[in-house]
Design a protein around this ligand. Structure first.
Ligand code: FES
Length: 281
């Protein structure tokens, strides 16, 4: 585990010289320095436990942009926190699929169990609980995250056990990844300072591969590039969709009807007055 910069305390203890140097290091990685802003903000969170005014000023000074520019980014993305985060950020997906599969019940149970509301931290400073939107992990719904690592197929019982283990310092592993570290350590990894544990634990599981198995059973294959791109083999399906937007709705419907596999890869269903049809006309 890479050591976390702890020379400053949560909420304005001051960024260390080491952190300033590392912020400059991140900026120097990019042809356009301001492209480094997102990882720089993660480093601020690793050092300060949140996005602090000093962290915003430091990023602005190094990137030679305004504090308002930095603040605009930091307040847009939900992974940047203006309030101090506990040792572990625990997310519960309450988006549609996870919600109906039990995510709502898990979130309610954890609020009661931890005695906190949404986006609040337990009195011991260990857990910050937040309901989160779809994590593109619906095949393992209901899904939770700890410091953005997946915890799959959760139940109210396994969720309470998970937070109890985190609070007591028991070793916890993601169901699809590495052992869970602290939130600040995870933020440092997101800033681009690897902890060399990226390959620890399993990765894709069977639920993620069900579609592939069905396609193989049915003999379905991806459309040939020429078919998908309307005669531009090297540019693939996305380009094909864009080009088809310039053709008539009738042509689009005919093309999709010829291939059920193709229909599965469209951005939207064939037009019958729907959004895609509106764009195509
Ligand atoms: S709805 Fe929860 S991961 Fe998609």
């Amino acid at each position: 585990m890479t050591e976390v910069s702890t020379s400053s305390t949560t909420g304005g203890g001051g960024l260390s010289d080491t952190t300033y140097d590392e912020l400059r290091l991140i900026a120097a990685r990019y042809p356009e320095a301001r492209s480094g802003l997102l990882p720089m903000l993660h480093l601020v969170q690793a050092a300060e436990g949140r996005i602090t005014p000093e962290g915003i000023e430091a990023c602005a000074e190094i990137l030679e942009i305004s504090a308002a520019d930095v603040s605009g980014v930091a307040t847009f993305y939900t992974m940047y926190k203006r309030k101090p985060v506990g040792d572990y950020h625990v997310g519960v997906c309450t988006n549609t699929l996870c919600a109906v599969m039990g995510g709502d019940a898990i979130f309610e149970r954890l609020k009661d169990h931890l005695e906190v509301g949404n986006d609040e931290t337990t009195a011991d400073g260990k857990i910050t609980l937040e309901h989160i939107e779809c994590n593109a992990a619906c095949d393992y719904a209901p899904v939770m995250t700890v410091n953005w690592e997946f915890m799959d197929n959760m139940t109210p019982q396994s969720a309470t056990q998970l937070v109890d283990d985190l609070r007591t310092g028991a070793e916890v592993s993601s169901t699809r990844g590495a052992r869970v570290c602290t939130w600040r350590e995870a933020e440092r990894v997101l800033a681009g300072f690897p902890d060399d544990r990226a390959d620890e634990g399993p990765s894709a599981g069977p639920a993620s591969l069900v579609g592939l198995g069905i396609a193989r059973e049915q003999g379905w294959t991806a459309p040939e590039a020429e078919h998908a791109s309307g005669g531009t083999p090297s540019l693939g399906g996305r380009k094909g969709a864009a080009e088809r937007a310039d053709t008539s709705r009738a042509e689009t419907e005919t093309e999709v009807d010829e291939s059920p596999v193709d229909a599965k890869h469209e951005d939207a269903p064939p037009a019958k007055g729907g959004a895609k049809g509106d764009k195509a006309t």
